[in-house]
Design a protein around this ligand. Structure first.
Ligand code: GPU
Length: 834
């Protein structure tokens, strides 16, 4: 029979229900409650950390209420949902973001002050959730914020790594040292809900025996348990609070009791260790394929658990599997989750007994693939022997997909054997390898790149054959975006307040309709407004200087231009070009007379970023930056005009301090190599100008803000291949091609910044193949920096540029981007929680 809910007396239940605390007295009461009970502490011995924990628990209660209501509402309405599968979610801190999205920051500030604490100090207590390497992981975090804010039924799926991206230390010699990031070691993480009851078994190894009708029986091997942890994702000024489900691996059984009883303790815990290892650490490699078994295990563990969860939720709706694509869209964040394609095939065929053709239709109408790079070294490939061993059934399915696919290609292009070899899912060689981008492409409904130029390069280079085979309509573009909540309102509260005051509209409006910023344009002509604008930039520079003073003990000249390059260290991003440019500036200053120097703009150059632990050349670049900084900053002749800082341990939270303080930032990748870039958008949104190459989203930013507000330099994408080719077959020495650069390289080699021999391998990358065209772009780069200096002399004009830049950045809200995914790919609609 039908049970009555709630059980017992309904009125008693309802009296017990609470809602979100919005008034200061109820907020302080809740905080004090948590101090007394959850923390088991007293008012008498509470430090900042304890106060932060209690306040966080209080906000967590509110998030749980909204989260619960949202999930119940989604379940009742059963709309089509989208799932964002990403191996990385670079969330940063949550406390401040949650307070702002709930619209409760001022109430909490007042309450916390009443309790004798300082809001800013409490915010600093939180550790970053750094479950990502860089742009790809931060993009996933911005998309979650926008999905919730736009009230879209979207969940994220990822892994709950015990250790996030490593902490970076810099040795006195300038070497990067890596330390583990035990971000959960503090005990409770208030922002997640352990769901110890939501578990799935995931199998590895074993044997796959083919059965009739294309099915197979996969058995034996190792079984591991996936346990769900749910991270609440609040939308901005809405009740909608979405879910990020992160999986943790656990042994299926605690340990092997038989071995234990037989006295073999070591063997008893061995299998439990290997299961726990799967989600122990984020791989710190960015843009590389690594070929390591544990990484492939991570990928399968996560896609298998996520798909099991998605399929179970779908089954609860009670529709036939033919309706699966009407209820489910799955977005692959790069190729890392590509195993979702053969895994969904396995579930449909082996478990649901659906014939191959129907199963393939379901898969290819459900899955969508975003590519994030065209760099060949980053295109994932897995050795066939490793796949066969770890995932025997999936390897069979991949071979079958390939067979049917190549038959179709052969039919369309008869006898074109080269084409078949190029397009095959299997790359011949020793060993053979599975090409994950090809699998992701043919298994998906749509394929997109992340900026116009990049999407065009995807269509014309790495997936050209696939466009010719399938037609162009499957291949499209969604230019990346950033959330203006974190990247303006949270990191730059004064600018946010000035915008609301000037537009005479509450931030809840323009933060969710960023095109409204256009209305700032006329105020560029208003001298009073410009003064306020400039004063905020100045205070943000002082805030950064204060940070450097307290963390590194260094005094920064806040009257200088702040020039910032912050991103992963990579040859294609060309931090080397920047530091060689700095040295060139230093040499130029040294040659000037005192009178000439008087006319020079003071400049402070900031670098921050991590190098993959095994990326030798990137680590050498850090070493050169640190040692050049040491010499240049100590030179009394020039130090008022030029200083350089390498800020260790770059993170989301450090970016939130650096970005609002920047006058100019550098996005100087070799043309055609940076798929989009997203920090470029963050700087511009905060009124910083760009110096950059004609690459990635720089191009669309310039289109939006006006080319006169961006400092472009360097060769264009179509020239790059020719230049590399020429350089390969008709090499011209640096001394001839670019004498000023040759001089800089000589200074480095001759030991101006410590033992020159150390830098030889780095210098040789430029003197020899110079694959990233530093020589070719150097003079035009120096020219662009001179233009920046020139423009900065006219302070008023510079501020106008800054205002116009911010005003024209509406397009780059991740709300726009996520709505494009929702409307043109996923076909999902907002589901508002009343
Ligand atoms: N990106 Br592939 C990463 O951060 N990591 C990767 O492994 C790969 C791409 C970045 C792109 O380099 C950057 O241009 C882009 O803005 C970002 O993904 C988000 O699309």
């Amino acid at each position: 029979g039908k049970e009555k809910w709630p059980r017992g007396d309904e009125k008693t239940w309802k009296e017990g229900f609470r809602s979100v605390n919005t008034e200061v007295p109820s907020i302080t009461k809740s905080i004090v409650n948590h101090v007394q009970t959850s923390l088991a502490r007293q008012a008498y011995n509470l430090d900042d950390l304890g106060a932060y924990q209690a306040a966080a628990l209080s906000v967590r209660d509110d998030l749980i209420l909204n989260w619960n209501e949202t999930q119940m509402h989604y379940t009742r309405k059963a709309p089509k949902r989208a799932y964002y599968l990403s191996l990385e979610f670079l969330m940063g801190r949550t406390f401040d973001n949650a307070l702002l999205n709930l619209g409760l920051k001022e109430q909490y500030r007042e309450g916390i002050t009443k309790l004798g604490f300082n809001m800013e100090d409490l915010l600093e207590q939180e550790r970053d959730a750094a479950l990502g390497n860089g742009g790809l992981g931060r993009l996933a975090a911005c998309y979650l914020d926008s999905s919730a804010s736009q009230e879209l039924p979207v969940w994220g799926y990822g892994l709950r790594y015990q250790y996030g991206i490593f902490q970076q230390l810099i040795s006195p010699e300038g070497q990067q040292l890596e330390q583990p990031d035990p971000w959960l070691a503090g005990g409770e993480n208030p922002w997640e809900l352990p769901r110890l009851d939501v578990t799935y078994e995931v199998r590895f190894y074993g044997t796959a025996e083919r059965l009739p009708e294309g099915r197979a029986l996969w058995q034996g091997g190792q079984e591991v348990l996936a346990v769900a942890y749910d991270v609440m994702v609040p939308g901005c000024y809405t009740k909608n609070t979405n879910n990020l489900r992160l999986w943790e691996s656990k042994p299926k059984r605690g340990f092997d009791l038989n071995s234990f009883n037989a006295g073999d303790y070591e063997h008893a815990v061995e299998s439990s260790n290997s299961a726990a290892a799967i989600t122990s650490v984020l791989y710190p490699n960015d843009h590389t394929t690594f070929g390591k078994e544990l990484r492939l295990k991570q990928q399968y563990f996560w896609t298998a658990a996520s798909l099991a969860d998605i399929v179970r939720r779908f089954k609860n709706i009670g529709k036939p599997f033919s309706a699966f694509p009407d209820y489910v869209a799955i977005q692959l964040n790069d190729t890392h989750p590509t195993l979702a394609i053969p895994e969904l095939m396995r579930i449909l065929i082996d478990e649901e007994e659906i014939p191959w053709g129907k199963a393939w239709d379901i898969v290819t109408n459900t899955v969508f693939y975003t590519n994030h790079t065209v760099l060949p070294e980053a295109l994932e490939k897995w050795p066939v022997p490793l796949m066969e061993h770890l995932l025997p059934r999936h390897m069979q399915i991949i071979y079958d997909i390939n067979l049917f696919f190549l038959q179709a290609v052969e039919k369309k292009f008869p006898g074109d054997r080269d084409r078949l070899a190029r397009m095959s899912l299997i790359e011949e060689g020793f060993p053979k390898q599975v090409r994950m981008a090809h699998l992701a492409c043919i298994g998906s409904r749509k394929v997109n790149g992340v900026a116009e130029l990049h999407s065009e390069l995807v269509r014309t280079t790495i997936l050209k054959d696939f466009v010719e085979f399938e037609g162009p309509s499957k291949f499209s573009n969604v230019t990346n975006g950033i959330t203006p909540r974190r990247w303006l309102d949270q990191c730059n509260p004064e600018l946010s307040a000035l915008i609301s005051k000037t537009l005479k509209v509450d931030k809840s409006v323009w933060l969710k309709d960023l095109d409204k910023l256009k209305e700032l344009l006329p105020y560029a002509e208003d001298a009073g407004f410009r003064k306020e604008w400039a004063a905020i930039k100045q205070r943000n520079k002082e805030r950064l200087a204060h940070h450097v003073q307290t963390t590194l003990g260094l005094t920064v000249n806040t009257h200088a231009m702040f020039d910032v390059q912050i991103k992963r260290l990579h040859e294609y991003k060309r931090q080397t070009l920047n530091i060689l440019g700095v040295i060139h500036r230093y040499l130029t200053l040294k040659q000037m007379t005192a009178a000439e120097r008087k006319k020079v703009n003071p400049r402070v150059v900031f670098f921050a970023g991590k190098a993959a632990p095994g990326y030798y050349i990137a680590k050498l670049t850090i070493r050169l930056i640190v040692n050049a900084a040491r010499i240049i900053n100590a030179d009394p002749e020039t130090r008022d005009l030029l200083t350089v800082y390498f800020l260790p341990d770059y993170s989301v939270s450090l970016a939130e301090v650096l970005i609002p303080a920047s006058d100019i930032s550098q996005h100087i990748s070799t043309a055609g190599t940076e798929a989009s870039g997203t920090s470029n958008m963050k700087f511009c949104l905060n009124g910083g100008l760009l110096v950059g190459t004609v690459d990635g989203a720089n191009i669309e930013i310039a289109e939006a803000v006006g080319e006169n507000n961006v400092f472009f330099f360097g060769h264009l994408t179509p020239a790059v291949e020719d230049l590399r080719y020429q350089h390969m077959y008709h090499p011209v020495p640096v001394e001839e091609k670019c004498p000023p650069l040759a001089k800089v390289l000589d200074c480095v080699a001759s030991g101006m910044f410590g033992d020159g021999g150390v830098y030889e391998p780095l210098l040789n990358t430029i003197r020899q193949h110079d694959y990233y065209l530093i020589t070719e772009d150097f003079e035009s780069y120096i020219g662009a920096l001179a233009m920046v200096d020139q423009a900065y002399l006219d302070k008023e004009e510079w501020i106008k540029k800054s205002i116009r830049t911010t005003a024209n950045m509406g397009k780059f809200s991740s709300d726009r981007a996520i709505l494009e995914y929702a409307e043109s790919f996923w076909n999902i609609e907002p589901v508002k929680v009343a």
